[in-house]
Design a protein around this ligand. Sequence first.
Ligand code: NAX
Ligand code: K
Length: 512
Amino acid sequence: MKIFTAQQIRDADAYTIMHTPISSIDLMEKAAMACTNWICKNYGEQLPVYIFCGMGNNGGDGLAITRLLLNRGYQAKAIILHHSPNASADHTTNYQALRHRYPDSIHHVHEIKDLPPVPENALIADAIFGTGLSRPAEGWMADAIEQLSHYYDQHTVIAIDIPSGLMADASSAHMPVIKAHHTLSFEFYKLAFLLPENAALTGEVHILSIGLLPDYIAQTPARYQVTEATHIHDIYRPRKPFSHKGTFGHALLIAGSEGKMGAAVLSAKACLHTGAGLLTCHVPRCGYDIIQISVPSAMCLTDEQKDHSSVFHNNVATPEAASRYKVIGIGPGLGTAAGTAWALEKLLEHYHSPMVLDADALNILGASPHLLRKVPQQSLLTPHPKEFERLFGKTANDIERLELLSEKARALQLNILLKGRYTAMAFPDGSVWFNATGNAGMAKGGSGDVLTGILTSLLAQGYAPKEAMLMGVYLHGLAGDYAAAECSQEAMTAEDIIRLLGKVFLELRKYA
Ligand SMILES: NC(=O)C1=CN([C@@H]2O[C@H](COP(=O)(O)OP(=O)(O)OC[C@H]3O[C@@H](n4cnc5c(N)ncnc54)[C@H](O)[C@@H]3O)[C@@H](O)[C@H]2O)[C@@H](O)CC1
Ligand SMILES: [K+]
């Protein structure tokens, strides 16, 4: 699903109005009807509904929702906050329609002391500012938003299109924003919904269709997208009957150190459960028995060192040796010993195909930034926010961090993701995709090691790096969702994610 900017959303509205018999006020009515239907489906008419409206079209939606709820027998009230002397045209039309039919349902607020008391059981709808918010709310409006944001604690708050005060595609860090339990958003996710800094503001996001023309959406390029199941169905290639293990690539996984061999085991298992043809693990001597016993399908090479790896570059020291491995995955549980860092530098000098770099491999790169330039182009980097910061530095807010992510992916020609609820994936072509599968049960040690194994496996099988990242992150999250459904977010572990990869592939095959 494409994520459009506020301007592109306005253009989509205008395009629909120009190319169909639907007028602007009809579109507002459709939007208000979609919200009213959602409210009526979820809440009974015994609850009074207090709808706070601004002076723009978001307020116009609120006034139309008030009328539609009153038509259905709900006790609805529109509280109009006069932040501007002028109302938009569609706001005015809806104001007149409401006043004509239900004159007692409107309450005007010109300063903060005019805000009415709200009954304890009331439902709150927030239609003050929508995607037209162009600057932070100031003066008494900032105070009003601040005051209204406290309703969150005692009432159910439903934001119309976007919580008021939140900028659709800029950072709203440190700005007054209404906190909502539900956001009913028209047609598209807004970039703001996907940023961790806004996690507490939107509540559950529900995308309501208002019939914007699909051809505008198809024609218009978007820098940001959310991965959908259909994208993955297009990427997935089922195995052909006449294939053999060589068809699916030989992966070399360099992982583990004393006390962290579990990370290597999880990564190796995930790699095999995702379909790589052959897997060799390079581990310190302390890890030999562990790998041989826990992952019998994998081959095992041991390092000179007992507790960490320091000579793994020797596996690819000649072009002939390097060509043995379709891909190298490196990092889980690796440690950052000086010998390991030295061997990583040598590895980068010898191996020139895309690799997967995670965890301690990234920490080593973060400590020696000159190494980043040696990482083979098109490699996959999988930092979490702290690793990202060590690699590329601090930023003031999530939008700046997203910009930095995208800039680094382009400049270094690397596929870099940033882990989170909506993992962001930035590609050398400048596009940024967000992944929506996955859940908080995956916020546990081991989940990242599983992802490294999955990505390494997909590269081994010949998926292009961008496809491997989009698909791997999606499958990892979906297996996590299946694990949570089966045994709860609390009880699930990284091993459940690996086990449920099988169910994910069975599901994928249905669409192949
Ligand atoms: N045809 C359309 O364009 C549709 C628009 N819809 C609604 O319209 C919304 C967008 O409406 P608008 O573009 O009118 O803008 P908004 O209703 O989001 O409100 C912004 C209004 O406040 C002013 N403003 C912006 N920042 C301010 C600030 N910090 N302090 C005080 N005033 C500020 C703006 O000049 C504008 O009048 C969407 O979010 C959606 O709810 C829906 O009705 C669907 C159809
Ligand atoms: K709003």
